[in-house]
Design a binder for this molecule. Structure first.
Ligand code: NAD
Ligand code: TYD
Length: 338
């Protein structure tokens, strides 16, 4: 029998990819998408499925109990992608991060408890572990978030666990690596550098450019979340690792090579304050359940770069109209966002 799934933050990067995956792969499921439409949430991200009868969009805030009660009504499962997500924005001001990434999670958990929801997936992040010099974090590792975004996500992550431990709300917590792919807001490394390079603007590389991230294609992330929605154990945490660790400078060189742009576009700038040196996840727990990512990094990155080349209509409007943060970024790093 079909499920009815509440997806929150479904108009953002990962959420929109997840909604599209569910509609394609679970033909008897219904989806309700609750999204506040912040700067990062765009109806354009799901315009191709907007008229699908099994899909319903509701504009609303996860911090608003009435909106959450309404959207969750009749749902059997929920997946919470809604969040403030950009580290540099959390350095400009962390209030929205605490509101959505902690208080919003509380509102969702309370409603899930009230109606006896059958599954609640809290999308957390590898950033809650902090930085690691060698080896990889397992789900048992200590949490040591080191920036306001990561700290707020750690709050939501542990609050979700508390609702399992205290009230037996059937919560599953996922911690994924850095995602890349289509529909990512052009403030994050890959889409920012691709769209800057396309305009022959400098690529502002923080510090020595040798910080390491583990990269996971967004479609793999979404497939992993769907797998856990159906096969995860309540009360458990699961890392979703990409298994593709690269220094930022290496990603930058690849992007420039794929676009046929000169390396003189690279501009070393001031380091991000508190910049985590390396993220690395051990994906063994999920692999032992039989799930591993599929997209080879070289292929995934090339397809992603091509997507931004082909979808200027998608990124141009937001790249050109991004007020307060744009000013902060340009002041902080002396480099342009648009
Ligand atoms: P995003 O910034 O692209 O999208 C966030 C979405 O949430 C937007 O549609 C926005 O409108 C919505 N939203 C924000 N506040 C809201 C509120 N109060 N109520 C309702 N909707 C609200 O983010 P993303 O990159 O797609 O990330 C999605 C989730 O995955 C986040 O929880 C993030 O922490 C997590 N995550 C992201 C990555 C990554 O690399 N992007 C990696 C691991 C985990
Ligand atoms: P980002 O995409 O912001 O993700 P996160 O900080 O959550 O990992 O950044 C990825 C890496 O790229 C990180 O080490 C910071 C670096 N970076 C730059 O060097 N320049 C930039 O303009 C941005 C946005 C990021």
């Amino acid at each position: 029998m079909g499920e009815r799934v509440l997806v929150t933050g479904g108009c953002g990067f990962i959420g929109s990819n997840f909604v599209r995956l569910l509609l394609a792969e679970r033909p008897d499921w219904e989806i309700v998408n609750l999204d506040k439409l912040t700067y990062a949430g765009r109806l354009e991200n799901l315009q191709d499925v907007a008229n699908e009868p099994r899909y319903r969009f509701v504009k609303g805030d996860i911090c608003d109990p009435a909106a959450v009660a309404d959207a969750m009504d009749g749902c059997t499962m929920a997946v919470n992608f809604a969040a403030e997500t950009h580290v540099d924005r959390s350095l400009l001001g962390a209030t929205h991060f605490i509101d959505t990434d902690i208080k919003g999670v509380l509102v969702l958990l309370e409603q899930a408890r009230r109606i006896g929801l059958e599954r609640f997936v809290q999308i957390s992040t590898d950033e809650v572990y902090g930085s690691i010099a060698e080896g990889s974090f397992t789900e048992e590792s200590l949490l040591c978030p080191r920036n306001p975004y990561a700290a707020s996500k750690a709050g939501g992550d542990r609050l979700a666990f508390a609702y399992w431990a205290t009230y037996r709300v059937p919560v599953i917590i996922t911690r994924a690596s850095n995602n890349y792919g289509p529909y990512q807001y052009p403030e994050k490394l890959v889409p920012l550098f691709v769209t800057n390079a396309l305009r022959d603007l400098p690529l502002p590389l923080y510090g020595d450019g040798r910080n390491v991230r583990d990269w996971l294609h967004v479609e793999d992330h979404c497939r992993g979340v769907l797998f856990l929605l159906e096969h995860g154990e309540p009360g458990e945490v699961y890392n979703i690792a990409g298994g593709n660790e690269h220094e930022n400078i290496a990603i930058t060189h690849t992007i420039l090579r794929l676009l046929g742009k000169p390396e003189t576009l690279i501009r070393p700038v001031e380091d991000r304050v508190g910049h985590d040196r390396r993220y690395s996840l051990d994906g063994g727990k999920l692999a032992r359940l039989g799930w591993t990512p599929r997209v080879p990094f070289a292929e995934g990155l090339e397809a992603t770069v091509r997507w931004y080349v082909d979808h200027e209509w998608w990124w141009k409007p937001v790249k050109d109209h991004d007020g307060e943060f744009q000013k902060y970024y340009e002041q902080q790093y002396g480099a342009r966002l648009a």
